[in-house]
Design a protein around this ligand. Structure first.
Ligand code: SF4
Ligand code: SF4
Length: 450
């Protein structure tokens, strides 16, 4: 069988299982792996403070993760496979090195504990010494970066199991943080109900994702999806929560208060990598009405990592939010991400200017909550699930079930038409379809409460 045929055979179950990048925007994995690269990097950096999914999967499901990595490596035809984790996880790194020594595979890379080392572009530079062109993809320098849970899901797909659940960490202002496997479509409130003490909605806010790049959840009935990696509970007056709540005000202040100290640019990881992104110049453009030309277009290079607003700016301003706004303006005007030429080396400030996670945690006032979030038993099937039809990059999946249909755990309930970008969706419990909309399929366990 030729490489193309082998690749097709490997990716068919990945596509059928509805796998998407579990750690990011949800790019369909069968599309990502339908490429040719010379290196594949398993991203176990988990650089968001408090989250522990990667660490728990590497500790308790290493065989599955390695099976997924082997398959992904073969799919892209990579000569080298790397598994990157932070050096601070000493027992885990030791275990990985022992396993890798027995197999002479993969190469274990221990990473410094800096933020955002898990950013694909930063990771490619750290592991391979290559710089992804600004606005480009790792594939342009011969690399594929893949999330740990995605690799686990590939192994499960090869065993015939579609994606019906997601690993996530519940952390922050809870007595006993934990990591668990939750059926997709479970309400966030039902998962938080397992946290002790139960957070009171009037006193606490919940962030989906990590403290640096996550967003506030406004309705605890919101379902978890294939890409939910964390639920972080914080007091409503916590600096991160107030920062997320005051985005409009921050934007207005940006027009007048910025002192042009350049700290946001000095500490911007993408800037240090050599990309033509100068957040302070974008701020200056805002003060003058709106950034223009190349400065405006450079907003597309912002990864929204949050170093500038959560760490660098002592005026409490948010170049990240300004970049987001500028991107929205440009997209509305039909202007997309420009292409930039490749770069040979990072700026002199790299790696000296990188931000240690320990300092970030202190600055974000998270240190009091830093403690392990061990893996608990999987959550039991809830009485009902609301399964979104778009949990991925691409088009919305089309329902293939109707109200009243019985479904099993793992039944496909929505699919993407041939040739379009997207991912299939499966039932996460056994039950009866109780409603179908153009956004959500609701399934009740055993038809309860129909
Ligand atoms: S760090 Fe703050 S004050 Fe300084 S240039 Fe950036 S946005 Fe302006
Ligand atoms: S969020 Fe700020 S620090 Fe991060 S890439 Fe964007 S401009 Fe740079």
């Amino acid at each position: 069988m030729g490489r193309k045929q082998r690749q097709k055979a490997l990716l068919a179950p990945v596509q059928a299982a509805g796998i998407v990048g579990a750690g990011g925007a949800g790019f369909p994995t069968h599309v990502k792996l339908a490429s040719k690269a010379d290196a594949i990097i398993a991203n176990g950096a988990e650089c968001e403070p408090l989250l522990e999914v990667d660490g728990q999967l590497l500790t308790y499901h290493l065989e599955d993760v390695l099976t997924g990595l082997e398959a992904a490596q073969e799919a892209v035809g990579a000569e080298c496979a790397y598994l990157a984790v932070k050096a601070k996880h000493k027992p885990l790194v030791e275990k990985l090195r022992q396993v890798a020594a027995i197999r002479s595979w993969p190469k274990i890379i221990s990473l410094p504990d800096v933020y955002p080392i898990g950013d694909e572009q930063i990771l490619v530079h750290e592991v391979l010494g290559r710089i992804v062109p600004p606005g480009g993809l790792p594939l342009q320098v011969g690399a594929v970066v893949i999330n740990i849970e995605t690799l686990y899901n590939i192994a499960r797909a090869l065993a015939g199991e579609p994606v019906t659940a997601t690993y996530l960490t519940v952390h922050g202002a809870v007595a006993e943080p934990f990591t668990t496997l939750a059926p997709i479509g479970t309400a966030v409130g039902d998962i938080l109900a397992l946290a002790r003490p139960l957070p009171a909605p009037d006193d606490f806010a919940v962030i989906e994702g990590g403290p640096m790049m996550g967003h506030l959840i406004h309705d605890l009935r919101q379902p978890v999806t294939k890409t939910t990696k964390g639920l972080v509970v914080l007091p409503k007056d916590h600096i991160i929560v107030t920062g997320l709540q005051s985005q409009g005000a921050n934007l207005r202040r940006a027009y007048s208060v910025c002192s042009q100290c350049t700290k946001c640019t000095d500490l911007c990881p993408r800037h240090m990598l050599g990309h033509p992104l100068w957040p302070h110049r974008i701020m200056r453009g805002m003060a003058q009405g709106r950034p223009q030309g190349e400065i405006a277009l450079s907003a597309f290079l912002c990864s929204e990592c949050g170093i500038c607003d959560n760490y660098a700016c002592f005026m409490g301003l948010s170049p990240r939010q300004v970049n987001r706004r500028v991107k929205a303006w440009l997209l509305a005007e039909g202007l997309g991400k420009p292409s930039f030429t490749g770069l040979d080396q990072a700026r002199d400030s790299w790696p000296r200017g990188r931000v240690p996670t320990s300092r970030l945690v202190y600055r974000l006032d998270l240190a009091r909550w830093v403690k392990p979030a061990p893996l608990r038993d999987s959550l039991p099937a809830p009485t009902s699930v609301e399964i979104p039809l778009k949990q991925h990059v691409g088009v919305t999946a089309q329902p293939i079930v109707r109200v009243g249909d019985p479904v099993s755990l793992g039944s496909m309930v929505a699919q993407v038409p041939d040739g379009l970008l997207g991912a299939a969706v499966h039932s996460s419990i056994e039950g009866i379809v109780s409603s179908v909309s153009d956004r959500i399929i609701t399934i009740r366990r055993g038809g309860e409460g129909g």
